[in-house]
Write a protein that binds this ligand. Structure first.
Ligand SMILES: *[C@@H]1O[C@H](CO)[C@@H](O)[C@H](O)[C@H]1NC(C)=O
Ligand SMILES: *[C@@H]1O[C@H](CO)[C@@H](O)[C@H](O)[C@H]1NC(C)=O
Ligand SMILES: *[C@@H]1O[C@H](CO)[C@@H](O)[C@H](O)[C@H]1NC(C)=O
Ligand SMILES: *[C@@H]1O[C@H](CO)[C@@H](O)[C@H](O)[C@H]1NC(C)=O
Ligand SMILES: *[C@@H]1O[C@H](CO)[C@@H](O)[C@H](O)[C@H]1NC(C)=O
Ligand SMILES: *[C@@H]1O[C@H](CO)[C@@H](O)[C@H](O)[C@H]1NC(C)=O
Ligand SMILES: *[C@@H]1O[C@H](CO)[C@@H](O)[C@H](O)[C@H]1NC(C)=O
Ligand SMILES: *[C@@H]1O[C@H](CO)[C@@H](O)[C@H](O)[C@H]1NC(C)=O
Ligand SMILES: *[C@@H]1O[C@H](CO)[C@@H](O)[C@H](O)[C@H]1NC(C)=O
Ligand SMILES: *[C@@H]1O[C@H](CO)[C@@H](O)[C@H](O)[C@H]1NC(C)=O
Ligand SMILES: *[C@@H]1O[C@H](CO)[C@@H](O)[C@H](O)[C@H]1NC(C)=O
Ligand SMILES: *[C@@H]1O[C@H](CO)[C@@H](O)[C@H](O)[C@H]1NC(C)=O
Length: 780
């Protein structure tokens, strides 16, 4: 009876285990099984050193199957000797058994991305056929073993992300087949051995993040096939061999953050036609940026920052793939071209005698994402063409001598999401209203310029802002109430301007705020005492002679209660009309708006290109499921709820129409159409309208208005005593009443005479007159 192959292998393993020195060559059945017990021993020893195997991969390494079928093991077909051991990303932990050196047919050893630790055993020198050694991302320590020199077939050596110490051994220069040598992110010291210049096939040399010193050997300039050279973040000094600029196959070149001190000459040719990443940042390189860089049309990242470069920035207009341009902290500009000539002098003093402009061609670089030009001596205007860089995430030009206005085009770059820093220049004019486009921006700095005028209300649209620095300018007028939408602010500095008016109460509610500087302005009234104002070390209010109160630690004058309270009760804008209690009367004035939206699906339509695109779900969430706590009014038309939008934190009023009411649906559409075109400062702004179905499948129609913090005139004239406690009892003085009356008149005049079609309100009463603005009515 013939043995099946499977059956046979089981027997075979049995023998291997119990007669381990026995070597099988031929069996009675004629099936050829070759193999080497040494390999099995080596694998078992390797397994024995594994201390942690969360994924239990090593369980398959048992006697039930031949070791050539064990997970990660590949054998040569003829000899059944292990040729590959590949165990990458398996969460294995352990040391490397010296027995691995016995697998003499091994060509690939791949333990990438595990947690192997301790040294690489010297026995690795036994792997004479080894071509690929991947040990990247482990915790291997100790020195590079000298016996590795015996592995003359080595082509790829990747040991990045370990804890290797000692020097880079010179013998590596004799492993002439090497194409990849990566020791990125280890703790190697000493200098780069010149012998590496012998590795004529080398394509990648990665030495970044080590502790290497010495110089970059001249011999590396011979590595014509080199395409990746990374030696950043070491302590390499000396000059950069000119031949290095001549490595025509280079794609990634990074020698940043070293101590390299050399002069670049304009006529030096950077002949790297394929270069994508070129960085010499953070060295002591002087002279000019070579003009030849203008031909490196594949450049994606260009970093010359933190050096001592001077002279003109060459034209970059051919570099249309450029996404990162870092020229910050240099002395770029026209003028003195040789920094060496002035090295008695202080570096920063030196850059002050240079001049130059931001190259106009920057507008051609539409791929730019990061631009850093700080600490130069750039002069002239910011070119409006920069508005064409619609991929920008970050632009910093602080500490230059830029003048003229901030081009609105720059603020139209809505991709800007990380930082826009224009501080410490001589910029003039207003902060353009176009700032509203920067809805994704995290940090805005325009400090220390000569900007003037009012702060634009549209600044309130920059809802992602975490840091806003407007200090050291000539801004005047109040802090716009629209800034109440900047709820994510962590730092706000408006110091040293001519701002006036009261400190907005909404700052109290900014939970993330950690730094608030209002000092040296003309603010007046009472300093709030909640929120950030409770923290005297985070709040700065000095230099505002008309401010009073606040917590004692601020050392401000106590308030004269009478004046301050009547001051603070002054209503800035009283507002009117619509919403509450607007019964069917509405029908008489309102016309079609969302008519086209017939779909039985929650859709949203927005008014005046409003940011709001709201769904039924988002309204449910904003109003806490239409909870009674959020109900602020109701009538035959439906109910009005207060809501807070999750995404932006904006406070809204939602009027949900009662569709059982005959004609309500028609009225809704009419209302939308009418409201679409009306726009007046004394009319409550409709943010959007929603027409769709609710969770029960019923028609759902709602109008979303901006929320009026101060309720209706009704509430003010006939307050419900006791409901909110006496401290919030409200009172309007004569002037405020007149002001309300005038505003109502303005609104009606607008409705009657200035709308496309005259509109009659039909339901004008105190409960339909809403008051906006914070009214500081705390008399305590
Ligand atoms: C098995 O491998 C070891 C070490 O490589 C070698 O010394 C031995 O001769 C080999 N045996 C056979 C049968 O190939
Ligand atoms: C031995 O390995 C096989 C897979 O190769 C596995 O199915 C079996 O569970 C393992 N046996 C033990 C005892 O772990
Ligand atoms: C590295 O291994 C971990 C598991 O330990 C895995 O989640 C991760 O994806 C691996 N990384 C790579 C680049 O393979
Ligand atoms: C394999 O390597 C280990 C350690 O390097 C050694 O002790 C052993 O004798 C070698 N030979 C065999 C056949 O296991
Ligand atoms: C190495 O680890 C780092 C950090 O855990 C990870 O980002 C990277 O993808 C890993 N690389 C490889 C090749 O596993
Ligand atoms: C290291 O290499 C030397 C010379 O080839 C050899 O004599 C020595 O045995 C090797 N060491 C180990 C541990 O394999
Ligand atoms: C360097 O390696 C360490 C682990 O050895 C890792 O934590 C770190 O993130 C790595 N750094 C870089 C820049 O890859
Ligand atoms: C290797 O490089 C070293 C130092 O640069 C040199 O002295 C030696 O002759 C080179 N060897 C070969 C074989 O090219
Ligand atoms: C350099 O690269 C080219 C193209 O890949 C290849 O033909 C050539 O053999 C390489 N030179 C060396 C010395 O390896
Ligand atoms: C740059 O390379 C060209 C051709 O490969 C060669 O003629 C020239 O001498 C090299 N220049 C330097 C400075 O190595
Ligand atoms: C750019 O390349 C073109 C064509 O190779 C050449 O004529 C021109 O001189 C180069 N410009 C610079 C500044 O190197
Ligand atoms: C760069 O922009 C200028 C105008 O600003 C234009 O004349 C030129 O053709 C553009 N260059 C490229 C390469 O697009």
């Amino acid at each position: 009876m013939e043995l099946s192959k499977k059956h046979f292998e089981a027997c075979c393993s049995f023998f291997l285990v119990f007669f381990s020195q026995q070597v099988f060559s031929k069996t009675p059945t004629g099936l050829v099984v070759r193999g080497n017990d040494t390999d099995q021993q080596a694998l078992l020893q390797f397994k024995a050193k594994i201390t942690d195997d969360q994924l239990r991969v090593m369980e398959s390494w048992n006697s039930s199957i031949h070791f050539c079928q064990w997970h990660g093991v590949t054998c040569g077909r003829k000899h059944q000797r292990v040729t590959k051991l590949e165990l990458q990303s398996l969460k294995l932990s352990g040391s490397l058994s010296p027995h691995i050196g016995n697998m003499s047919f091994l060509r690939v050893l791949n333990l990438l991305n595990n947690s192997f630790y301790n040294q690489i055993p010297q026995s690795i020198g036994g792997l004479r056929r080894l071509e690929t050694l991947y040990l990247t991302n482990n915790s291997i320590s100790g020195e590079i073993p000298s016996n590795l020199s015996s592995c003359s077939k080595l082509t790829i050596v990747r040991m990045a992300g370990n804890r290797l110490t000692g020097e880079i051994p010179a013998f590596l220069g004799f492993l002439s087949k090497l194409k990849v040598l990566s020791f990125y992110n280890n703790s190697l010291r000493g200098s780069i051995p010149p012998s590496l210049g012998n590795l004529s096939s080398l394509e990648e040399l990665a030495l970044t993040y080590n502790a290497l010193d010495g110089i970059i050997p001249e011999t590396l300039g011979r590595l014509t096939n080199l395409s990746i050279f990374l030696a950043a973040a070491n302590a390499i000094s000396g000059t950069l061999p000119v031949a290095m600029f001549n490595l025509s196959n280079i794609r990634f070149f990074d020698i940043g953050e070293n101590k390299i001190q050399c002069t670049l000459y304009t006529d030096l040719a950077i002949t790297m036609p394929y270069v994508e990443f070129f960085s010499v940042r953070g060295n002591k390189i002087s002279g000019q940026i070579p003009i030849s860089i203008t031909n490196a049309s594949n450049l994606d990242v260009l970093q010359f920052n933190d050096n001592r470069l001077s002279g003109k920035v060459p034209s970059l207009e051919k570099l249309d793939k450029l996404s990162t341009l870092q020229l910050a902290v240099n002395g770029l500009g026209h003028g003195r071209e040789d920094w060496e000539a002035s090295k008695a002098k202080n570096f920063f003093a030196h850059i002050n005698i240079l001049s130059g402009t931001i190259p106009h061609s920057i507008g051609n670089l539409s791929a730019l994402t990061i631009v850093g030009l700080d600490f130069n001596n750039l002069q002239g205007n910011i070119p409006p063409s920069i508005g064409k860089c619609q991929s920008l995430l970050e632009l910093t030009v602080s500490y230059n001598n830029l003048s003229g206005p901030i081009p609105p085009q720059l603020l139209g770059v809505s991709s800007m999401s990380i930082i826009l820093d224009l501080s410490s220049n001589h910029l003039t004019g207003e902060l353009p209203v176009a700032v509203e486009n920067l809805k994704n921006l995290g940090q805005l700095y325009v400090s220390q310029n000569r900007l003037s005028g009012l702060l634009p209300k549209t600044l309130g649209s920059c809802v992602s802002l975490e840091k806003l620095y407007l200090d050291g300018n000539l801004f005047e007028g109040p802090i716009p109430s629209s800034l109440s939408s900047l709820r994510g602010l962590e730092a706000l500095d408006v110091s040293n301007n001519n701002l006036s008016g009261e400190i907005p109460e909404f700052l109290v509610r900014f939970g993330a705020l950690r730094y608030l500087n209002l000092s040296f302005n003309n603010f007046e009234g009472v300093i709030p005492s909640g929120g950030i104002f409770k923290n005297a070390s985070a709040t700065f209010v000095e230099g505002n002679s008309k401010l009073c109160g606040g917590i004692p630690e601020l050392h401000m004058l106590r308030c004269n209660l009478k004046t301050s309270s009547s001051n603070s009760l002054r209503l800035k804008v009283a507002i009117i009309v619509v919403t509450l209690g607007v019964t069917l009367a509405f029908t008489c004035l309102l016309i079609l708006w969302i008519g086209k939206k017939k779909e039985k699906q929650a859709t949203a339509t927005s008014v005046e290109n409003s940011v709001l695109q709201l769904s039924y779900q988002s309204i449910v969430r904003a109003t806490d499921g239409f909870s009674t706590q959020n109900l602020v009014g109701s009538g035959s038309f439906g109910s009005v709820y207060k809501g807070v939008l999750q995404a932006s934190g904006a406070v809204i009023a939602v009027k949900v129409l009662n569709l059982l009411n005959r004609g309500a649906s028609r009225s809704f559409l009419a209302e939308c159409e009418a409201l679409k075109n009306i726009r007046h400062r004394n009319l409550v702004k409709v943010l959007t309208a929603i027409s769709g179905v609710d969770y029960q499948g019923n028609d759902f129609k709602a109008l979303v208005y901006e929320f009026m913090e101060n309720g209706s005139l009704e509430d003010w004239l006939h307050p419900l005593i006791g409901m909110n406690g006496p401290e919030t009892a409200r009172n309007l003085n004569f002037f405020q009443r007149v002001s309300v009356a005038i505003d109502v008149a303005h609104a009606l005049q607008y409705l009657h005479h200035h709308c496309e079609e005259p509109i009659i309100h039909c339901d004008l009463k105190p409960s339909n007159i809403l008051l906006n603005e914070e009214i500081v009515d705390k008399l305590n």
